[in-house]
Design a protein around this ligand. Structure first.
Ligand code: CP
Length: 290
């Protein structure tokens, strides 16, 4: 059985660094393997542009054959369960299953029941390991280290698998991580700081999308009010440290969590993050099927 990638908290920091080093080699076009006898299957039960299609590109770059699943035209419409759907693709003999699902830790029900390696493309509000790996690669490329850097993760923390994954792994790698945003989106168990203060003192300002699809009730403020109070406005960006960078996992609601004109400004690394997504996904696919 190949190596699963379910949660970054399952991985020792040495293994995380090894994945990042391999991804950096792929970024430079060094030692790219070919797995033309391997088949990957992308099972996205939740919407995705970046994760789904950058896995697809990563699989193509590794010479793998790719099966993509369309939930709308599948037998999910005939009440087939998530478990039986995944078991079906596993029974076809594919080598890797890339899965995104809205249920936290959906993968627990599959462990011991599928032969293919499982690569988690996001589970509910729990984990997004490849997003965190691409965020870490982007930070490493920028600063050459993690130790001693400060990151503020701002916005809808409570509903964000990116926030939860990054908070744990960044701290383990020696970064200071604080969260900021409206009280209704914060979690008591995570360190918090005033947003304006955190923007001024952080090396990485990571903004998050308001994840309305996960909200039980509507947000207490309008998008305009949110932008003014907790968004990275043009005025706030001017208070950032000289070398500090702006990150966002995307998709971005322009002019809500981030001013439209900052999306591609000199310190924005948002599209760089997307490019790096292909390289980290190549690295975790290699780890899964070699
Ligand atoms: N960042 C991210 O996971 O984007 P998608 O939802 O488009 O995959």
């Amino acid at each position: 059985m190949g190596k699963n990638l379910l949660k970054l908290s399952d991985l020792h920091t040495d293994e995380i660094i090894a994945i990042l080093d391999r991804a950096q080699m792929f970024c430079q076009g060094i030692d790219v393997p070919k797995f033309s006898d391997k088949i990957a299957c992308n099972l996205f039960f939740e919407s995705s542009t970046r994760t789904q299609y950058s896995f697809n590109v990563a699989e193509e770059r590794l010479g793998m054959r790719v099966v993509s699943f369309n939930p709308a035209s599948s037998s999910l419409n005939k009440n087939e369960s998530f478990y039986d759907t995944v078991k079906t693709f596993d029974s076809f003999g594919v080598d890797a299953l890339v899965i995104r699902h809205s249920e936290n830790e959906y993968f627990n029900q599959l462990l011991g029941h599928v032969d293919a390696a499982i690569l988690n493309g996001g589970d509910g509000t729990g984990n997004h390991p490849t997003q965190s790996l691409l965020d870490l690669l982007t930070i490493k490329q920028e600063f050459g280290r993690f130790e001693g850097l400060k990151c503020v993760i701002a916005g809808d923390i409570a509903h964000s698998r990116v926030a939860h994954t990054n908070y744990e792994v960044m701290r383990r790698l020696g970064m200071e991580v604080v969260t900021a945003g409206p009280k209704e989106f914060l979690e008591d168990s995570l360190d918090q700081e005033d947003f304006d203060q955190a923007v001024k003192t952080s090396d990485v300002v990571m903004m998050l999308r308001i994840q309305r699809e996960r909200h039980a009730a509507s947000m207490s403020m309008s998008a305009e009010e949110f932008h003014k109070a907790y968004g990275l406005t043009v005025e706030r960006e001017k208070t950032m440290k000289d070398k500090a960078i702006i990150m966002h996992p995307a998709p971005v609601n322009r002019d809500v969590e981030l001013a439209d004109c900052l999306m591609e400004c000199d310190r924005a690394r948002i599209f760089k993050q997307m490019s790096n997504g292909v390289f980290v996904r190549m690295a975790v696919l290699e780890r899964a099927v070699k």
